[in-house]
Design a protein around this ligand. Structure first.
Ligand code: SF4
Length: 278
């Protein structure tokens, strides 16, 4: 723990996350008429999010995760795609042996290099990373109807493929969880810059935490380098954001971080549905 430690953080956090106010229902419905309740999406926590952001700001990554684990009762799930950000978070979780489940989505279309860093990570830290695979029958039916690379036909088709291979497994991974940790950073896109350190995810009925929200890519790279964290070798070949193999390419210097994802879609929002912006 850093010089600020977790004691100060917990003191303030317990003030902010008062038991009577901290239920998901309370957060979701506070101040909303009943007619609005079925339409809420990922809403910011308003005052609580601002306070949490203030509290997170001076803490390092390990402290943020340890504080989240101390504050939040119930299961916490971290979802990783083994990108640089996710590897930094895995390092912080695993070196502290925090009781946070680490889950990945083996979509069936990943790069071999992604499987390689997955295995290296388990070997380095001595802990299994859980896998969630798509429902086989759904994938078989989708391929039969659309073709193996049918996701290139339209944005709707691509989103349908992501829904089957990523979003549905995410729902299973998060079922019953109290919180979800992600590697989202504000710098990654204009949409992600709107997310903040913490928000209520109404769809999954949990707290979504983005402990790297204020980090730059350079800071993540330095962290991974300084701590000898295993990383995907594709990063050394110009891949900044890495997803499924047929939907990811290297980017040229100066291109945005997520411009190598679904590049054929032009300037449309490059998200797969895991991190929708309200
Ligand atoms: Fe399908 Fe491509 Fe989405 Fe992977 S990234 S789930 S292959 S559309």
């Amino acid at each position: 723990m850093g010089p600020r430690g977790d004691i100060d953080f917990l003191f303030f956090a317990k003030l902010w996350f008062r038991t009577e106010d901290y239920s998901i229902d309370s957060q979701l419905h506070r101040g909303r008429p009943m007619s609005d309740r079925s339409r809420v999406h990922a809403q910011p926590l308003s005052d609580e999010a601002e306070r949490l952001a203030d509290a997170f700001a001076p803490l390092d990554l390990a402290e943020r995760l340890a504080a989240a684990r101390s504050i939040i009762g119930g299961r916490i799930v971290f979802t990783t795609s083994f990108g640089l950000e996710d590897q930094a978070i895995s390092h912080a979780i695993l070196t502290q042996d925090l009781a946070i489940d680490i889950v990945t989505f083996d979509t069936g279309r990943l790069f071999p290099e992604t499987h390689q860093v997955w295995a290296e990570t388990e070997q380095r830290y001595g802990r299994r990373i859980e896998a969630r695979l798509p429902e086989q029958r759904s994938i078989e039916a989708w391929i039969a109807q659309n073709g193996v690379d049918g996701f290139r036909a339209s944005i709707v088709a691509r989103q349908a493929c992501c829904a089957l291979r990523k979003v549905e497994p995410l729902g299973r991974a998060l079922a019953g969880a109290a919180a979800w940790v992600t590697g989202v950073r504000a710098e990654q896109s204009a949409e992600r810059a709107m997310m903040g350190f913490a928000a209520i995810d109404a769809q999954h009925r949990l707290i979504k935490l983005n402990p790297l929200f204020d980090w730059t890519r350079e800071r993540v790279v330095d962290f991974v380098h300084d701590h000898g964290v295993p990383y995907n070798s594709l990063h050394d070949r110009g891949f900044l954001s890495i997803g499924c193999a047929p939907c990811t390419r290297a980017v040229a210097p100066g291109e945005s971080e997520r411009s190598g994802r679904w590049w054929w879609e032009g300037q449309e929002k490059r998200e797969c549905g895991l991190h929708p912006v309200a």
